[in-house]
Design a protein around this ligand. Sequence first.
Ligand code: SF4
Length: 414
Amino acid sequence: MASQTVLQKLEILADAAKYDASCASSGTAKKNSLGGKGIGSTEGMGICHAYAPDGRCISLLKILLTNHCVFDCHYCVNRKSSNVARARFTPQEVVDLTLAFYRRNYIEGLFLSSGIVKSSNHTMEQIVEVARILREEHDFRGYIHLKTIPEADPEIVHQAGLYADRVSINVELPTDSGLTRLAPDKDARQIEGAMGKVKSDLVEAKDARKRFKHAPRFAPAGQSTQMIVGADAATDVDIVGKASRLYDNFRLRRVYYSAFSPIPDASAVLPLKRPPLIREHRLYQSDWLMRFYGYKPTDVMQATEADGNLPLDIDPKLAWALKFREAFPVDVNRASKEQLLRVPGLGVKAVGKILASRRHRALRLDDVALLTQSITKVRPFIVTVDWRPITLTDRADLRSLLAPKTEQLELFAA
Ligand code: SF4
């Protein structure tokens, strides 16, 4: 085979990386990055967006070191048996590309993942080498997110954390049985063992830095993971349960959800159709409820329908409120912060403003209307000095009154 130019490799390896959602912000449209054409494209060749630990949205060069792989995960376009064009960067080529993009202001950091070549240790060493050259030889101060390989020696994974801002290990599928069926080379215990080791490295590094100012940093932006949604029969109850166990056990910063998307040359054991993208969005909303609104995993599970999945036509917060109407209406002038955060249509900022304003005066419905995108959604669930819903909260058709009329991804305001 004729040797490939760096640009040809970039086309293949940036496109191959697009299936990994674990550096992405939720809710963006997924576009084919191959070719990277079009003004304003958010996902040109190899560029993705992520949120830095300080909340800034940053652009990352998102590529694979190689899409050769000795594993055969059915859902993966890069699996051993897949008939796709292959390419492989050297660590130095990735370093040169990163620096060239960085100097042109195209990116503020690097997201690097890889198929497994030769062995897990060899691949992990190559990934670490990219970060080492960037940090030690070029004093690169940009953001680095390294995908780590659970089967690799923990000492090499530890090295990754010393250079990277964030490390991640994909759990891939919500259930062990799904993993066994669709990723036969992977082992759920090994994946969670690797996450546990990263967690203890994070804790140790944090303690050391409290005692010694110059103790080495270890993945200051923490660890994250990704779960594929819709490739197996796992329900949203399974997915939320798994995510909450991962948050509890491994102190993850984020669990990313990636709606399974049919890949070229797909394995016969996969579904033919992707799940609706709105399902991924509903899972992100439920994740948000657990991280910022005080919902427990069991609360989110209670919002699911008989099939164990969250409703698609309404958000999980509204679904919970409709199921537990006895918790409403809440008096915005007296209710606790926790009660207000349960009101559909009231976001964290709106609740903060309500708590601050009501110290000075009693709030009216118009005051609340200024804080929400839709007072129609809020009204059945609140009481103000001039408003009480009477029978509205209990109406049998309340769901159809409040469900969005057109199918769209609403901004997650509540
Ligand atoms: S290990 Fe599995 S998911 Fe990762 S690149 Fe190889 S085939 Fe794909």
